[in-house]
Design a protein around this ligand. Structure first.
Ligand SMILES: Cc1cc2nc3c(=O)[nH]c(=O)nc-3n(C[C@H](O)[C@H](O)[C@H](O)COP(=O)(O)OP(=O)(O)OC[C@H]3O[C@@H](n4cnc5c(N)ncnc54)[C@H](O)[C@@H]3O)c2cc1C
Length: 476
């Protein structure tokens, strides 16, 4: 094929807006070859006997890749889809299409960087260079006021320095057209090809999440402009039910359907129109948390995330811990607030930030189960799973990260009535408890069997686990 061809390897950057690798390839090459690989390693069982990717996220991923293909086709190009390990298939594709270079965005988590290293080595044998770009964070690594090795480990110090000394770069322009070689037709896998079943939509889901760049941009516009919810973000973030308490942008951000820089500049546009507020600042702060965990991963690797500094040593569970972990996973611990959150996660792929903090603290500090097991369950189920955010937040909950407050333990019995004062959230997810009034819904075990029966509920259907209650909440 005459002219230079650059292969653009899409991973967690499934968009054409603010995408440096795409824009740069368009500038440098005569033809670009966009490729996405469904890597079979992400569709297997983890060492924690959970799935690496559950049905909700797999569906969202397939939709997102389809969205990317549609966007590229609109620009006059296309997308090659492979279901294979990138280190095996990319060199093969590169050779077939006489590619001179491969571009990708650098990742931070160990599994992802291992894969890049394997791809780099395999391409090197063909004398093809894998060029790394930095493109997943709000602040570019090179604009930080410190080198990675000196990044403050305490979030508030990190934030203050960044806010004072760094600036967010403008978004990259979207290419107006692309030229791809004549691509052989390739099909997206179905869920069953990935070994998964179609997930059942739940009527109580906070949002009907659909993958893809266009859907992510649509949600951002709806939340910021159409519904004008950004102005009350700070006050509403703790609300557990409904679509608009928080932005719900995380699934799109995690797969890179939406760039955080694009979100940041949209917030700035909103501030120009309506003024800056605690709410606009709070949302930017949350985006900074995401950067922080990515930079911590880059600085410390897995050392940051586990007391022993190694995740290869999988913490084993005693028989009791294994039993309690199963109860926790399935929303059957007997603590209504924990169970409601865990049921929401399993039924919809989403859980609020407060919910995540409380259930993580409960697993680690009350049930005494190593957080790595909880992180694995979140990895299977979360629509927005992203290794640095997930691992980072679990480490934070466990107090193994460098947090001056060390043990971040929540008292679920205090938190539950504060977060769910009338019990509506618990009632939504545990219909068995629907008849119990707000005052006692968070402590149904305080009711006698006669009182339970008086609410028209079978005492046996109020699932409480007496051993758990005795062990962890003896005073209640
Ligand atoms: C134990 C635990 C595990 C988590 N795992 C993940 C994960 O795998 N992926 C993920 O995106 N978030 C994770 N979070 C962070 C947070 O709960 C979600 O990002 C947030 O609830 C998503 O809802 P939203 O988009 O409405 O957030 P908003 O409140 O609207 O925030 C906007 C964006 O900021 C980012 N963000 C917000 N809070 C955090 C945070 N604490 N850490 C990192 N980024 C944040 C997200 O990209 C989010 O979309 C985890 C939190 C906990 C406590």
């Amino acid at each position: 094929m005459p002219g230079k061809t650059i292969l653009v390897w899409f991973r967690n950057d499934l968009r054409i807006h603010d995408n440096e690798i795409l824009l740069e390839a368009v500038k440098k090459a005569d033809h670009i070859l966009p490729v996405y690989c469904f890597d079979p390693r992400y569709f297997t069982e983890s060492p924690y006997r959970t799935l690496k990717t559950g049905a909700f996220r797999a569906k969202f991923l397939i939709e997102s890749v389809a969205g990317l293909r549609a966007s590229l086709e609109n620009l006059g190009g296309g997308l090659l889809v492979a279901c294979a390990k990138p280190e095996e298939v990319l060199p093969e594709i590169a050779r077939r299409y006489q590619v001179s270079e491969v571009y990708h965005h650098r990742e931070v988590a160990v599994e992802e960087t291992d894969i890049s290293a394997k791809v780099e080595a395999a391409l090197w044998k063909l004398q093809i260079n894998l060029k790394h770009f930095i493109g997943h964070t709000l602040y570019h690594k090179e604009d930080l006021p410190f080198p990675i090795k000196d990044i403050p480990d305490v979030f508030s110090t990190f934030r203050k320095k960044i806010e004072r000394d760094s600036a967010v770069r403008p978004s990259f322009a979207t290419p107006v057209s692309i030229s791809t070689p004549q691509l052989e037709p390739t099909e997206l896998p179905t869920l069953s090809d990935l070994g998964l079943e179609e997930p059942k939509p739940d009527p109580h889901s906070v949002l009907n999440f659909k993958g893809g760049e266009a859907e992510g941009l649509k949600r951002m516009h709806e939340y910021f402009w159409q519904k004008d919810m950004l102005k009350s973000y700070k006050a509403n973030r703790g609300v557990l039910l409904g679509s608009d308490s928080s932005s719900k942008l995380s699934p799109w951000i995690s797969l890179g359907c939406l760039s955080t820089r694009e979100v940041y500049w949209e917030i700035k546009k909103y501030e120009k129109e309506w003024g800056a507020s605690d709410s606009t600042h709070s949302l930017i702060l949350e985006l900074l948390w995401r950067d922080y965990f990515r930079f911590m991963f880059k600085k410390h690797g897995y050392k940051y995330f586990s007391p022993t500094g190694s995740i290869s040593e999988k913490p084993e569970l005693s028989a009791t811990q294994a039993y309690l972990f199963e109860k926790w996973k399935n929303g059957a611990t007997g603590i209504p607030f924990i169970d409601a959150n865990m049921r929401e996660l399993k039924a919809t792929g989403f859980m609020s930030n407060k919910g995540r903090q409380v259930v993580a603290s409960f697993l680690i500090h009350n049930l005494q189960v190593d957080g790595a097991w909880g992180a694995a369950w979140f990895e299977e189920n979360l629509l927005d799973h992203s290794p640095a955010s997930n691992r980072g937040n679990w480490a934070y909950a466990a107090g193994v990260a460098n947090d001056p407050r060390e043990k971040r333990q929540f008292d679920v019995l205090k938190q539950a009535p504060e977060l769910d004062p009338k019990g509506d959230y618990v009632r939504t997810w545990i219909p068995d408890l629907a008849a119990i009034p707000g005052a006692v819904i968070h402590k149904p075990w305080a009711l006698s069997p006669e009182e339970i029966a008086a609410f028209g509920i079978e005492p046996s259907s109020v699932y409480l686990h007496p051993v758990l209650l005795q062990n962890y909440f003896p005073a209640n």
